[in-house]
Design a protein around this ligand. Structure first.
Ligand code: F6R
Length: 596
């Protein structure tokens, strides 16, 4: 949550900070601010999008500074709670991503010593704490303050009397250094830096960093220097831009075929999945949040079908506080960002319980990859739209690969079956493209069904989680109330809500529950609900039972979640666009959720 970007160099900092900040807006967008050291400390901040801040900025001059875009945790979105926060002397400015857990105790102590607080944030306690330790050296004061603070943070601090220096520190919130000639950068994520440099250094937990125009120094919390060489980033700024699409989300939905292809690349022939070994695995637990949790739920069916292995899925936020049974499944943690606090907590808990852990992540070097025994990367490329799309598809593909490997090693799959499945997996990019090529059809369906106040999604079996994901996409970007049910559950309660005003989107592809699904569709259409079905290409019967059918290619049921999900993503997108919603930045949300 929150995006931060810092600069120390020879150029005027403001345009560089604003440009970087805009590339981080997906991380939070309820308020924004900037602090620059020139002739003294200059701070401007306000509630609202970065564009709102930009519109009122005076020409701040100075070549050291930072900027922040906020996703509120403590204190409502407002000008006073926006970052940067400043100390009582008006010389220190601080921006923070994370939560200072003992902020109330710190605040009480600092107030009793005469510090004046103006905001309701946890962050402000940290800037006053730094002030209380300041004796002419910002990194020393910051280090001492962080020894007193508990919680998660990526922080940036500057001092009016120390121009040319930005101090950063990280614990459980991402922070990356961009290394350039005669200038250095700090940011929450690489896209903020890409216009200026492709050489980056990742700051690790409980580390501090000081940048000046000519130097980057990383230290541990005791001040001991740490040597780390920069890495080269292989993706370009173009990858982080919209490339002619109206929204990142649409661009990313259209990148599904490429994401599938890249995720399969070089892994299928010998089933070599980043060195994953299946020995000793007798059961699997899949743990994740949000969309990644829906991938986990699909994974349960995939593992049971392909690998014939007991599998279960659990929300990371529940798993980490539950009492685990004594058996030790392989725990697979799924996270696009690899930074989700609940998933990180679950990974630690799984290891504490003695399980082997494997993570599926899209971000190389992310925190989760360091908290787990093994990592399998989805190679979907950077995802900027807040709603996960191509990365969900790539997660499904990674799960298929792991299941194939397990199935092969356990002898659950014969040679022919294995070869057939591999070929079918190779056809998945085409299946996704088949859906994308018919985006116009989906736009028309969105016009017909997208004006309802409530929409129900139903599915069964592996397509029940796909229905859950379809509903999540619709509600988060169009703000239409959407609920998904396992179709067999309708009669146990939800049917009471079904009326002619509530369209039902039914995933009714040819799978082991197809016949049952048709009966469930009958239950809703008998109550007058208009039904849009996602069905299998060539199914002549389905159109007789529903109002509209959108066809996806005929695939084995276990792979059908891929094209169906692409169709439901496009549907949600088109509905949200029709309602003129801020698709890439839905209200109250942020791309990576680094708080519990
Ligand atoms: C919804 C969405 C979120 C994320 C969730 C977990 O479109 O993107 O529900 O899936 O916050 O994020 P990751 O996968 O980064 O752990």
């Amino acid at each position: 949550m929150c995006g931060i970007v810092g600069y120390a160099g020879r150029r005027n900092a403001l345009p560089i900070l604003l440009d970087g900040l805009k590339r981080l807006e997906y991380r939070g967008y309820d308020s924004a601010g900037v602090a620059i050291v020139g002739s003294g400390l200059q701070v401007v901040k306000d509630k609202g999008f970065i564009a709102n801040l930009e519109a009122q900025l005076p020409p701040l001059i100075g070549s050291t500074g930072f900027a922040h875009t906020r996703w509120a945790t403590h204190g409502a979105p407002s000008k006073v709670n926006a970052h940067p926060h400043i100390d009582c002397t008006g010389k220190i400015a601080l921006a923070h991503n994370g939560i200072i857990e003992n902020y109330a105790a710190l605040r009480e102590k600092l107030e009793s010593r005469g510090h004046k607080f103006v905001s309701q944030t946890d962050t402000e306690s940290l800037v006053h704490l730094i002030e209380s330790y300041y004796e002419g050296n910002l990194e020393e004061a910051t280090r001492k303050a962080l020894h007193d603070a508990r919680g998660s943070y990526a922080i940036l601090a500057i001092h009016a009397d120390e121009p040319g220096k930005v101090v950063g520190a990280r614990n459980e919130s991402p922070l990356v250094v961009g290394v350039g000639p005669d200038e250095n950068f700090l940011a929450s994520d690489v896209p903020a830096l890409l216009r200026y440099t492709d050489r980056v250094l990742y700051v690790m937990d409980r580390e501090m960093v000081v940048i000046t125009p000519n130097d980057v120094s990383i230290q541990d919390m005791e001040g001991k220097p740490i040597h780390r060489d920069p890495q080269r980033i292989t993706w370009s700024l173009e990858d982080a831009e919209k490339g002619g699409f109206d929204h990142f989300m649409l661009k990313e939905i259209h990148e599904a075929p490429k994401a599938i292809h890249e995720t399969l690349l070089g892994r299928l022939a010998n089933l070599e999945v980043d060195g994953f070994l299946s020995q000793g695995v007798t059961s699997v637990k899949l743990v994740a949040c949000g969309t990644s949790y829906h991938a986990a739920l699909v994974g349960k069916y995939v593992f049971e079908e392909i690998a014939r292995i007991p599998a279960s899925a659990e929300l990371a936020s529940e798993y980490r506080y539950s009492q685990g049974p004594s058996e030790r499944p392989l725990v697979i943690l799924i996270s696009q960002s690899g930074e989700t606090a609940d998933t990180l907590g679950a990974a630690r808990e799984a290891r504490r319980r003695g399980s082997k852990t494997l993570c599926i992540s899209n971000v190389v070097g992310s925190s989760l990859t360091r908290e787990t025994d093994k990592t399998i990367y989805t190679r979907a490329g950077i995802e900027i739209g807040v709603a996960a799309t191509k990365t969900f598809i790539a997660q499904l593909v990674a799960l298929y690969l792991i299941a194939l490997k397990l199935g092969q090693d356990r002898g659950a799959l014969g040679y022919d079956e294995l070869d057939r499945l591999k070929d079918q997996l190779r056809s998945l990019p085409r299946a996704a493209q088949y859906v994308l090529d018919r985006a116009d059809e989906i736009r028309n369906l969105a016009k017909k069904y997208g004006n309802a106040r409530d929409v129900f999604y139903i599915g069964r079996h592996a397509n029940y989680p796909v229905a859950l994901e379809g509903a999540l996409k619709l509600k988060e970007i169009s703000y239409i109330h959407a609920e998904a049910y396992a179709a067999g559950e309708l009669k146990h309660g939800p049917l009471a809500l079904v009326t002619p005003a509530t369209p039902v989107i039914a995933v009714a592809v040819q799978d082991p529950t197809y016949e049952k699904m048709r009966s469930n569709i009958g239950e809703v259409s008998a109550r007058g609900s208009p039904v849009l079905a996602i069905g299998t290409e060539g199914d002549k019967e389905l159109p007789k039972f529903v109002d509209d059918v959108f066809e996806v290619p005929n695939l084995p049921w276990v792979l059908s979640p891929v094209p169906v999900s692409v169709a439901l993503q496009l549907f949600a997108y088109e509905v949200a666009k029709m309602h003129d919603c801020p698709i890439d930045k839905p209200r109250n949300l942020a791309k990576s959720v680094t708080v519990e």
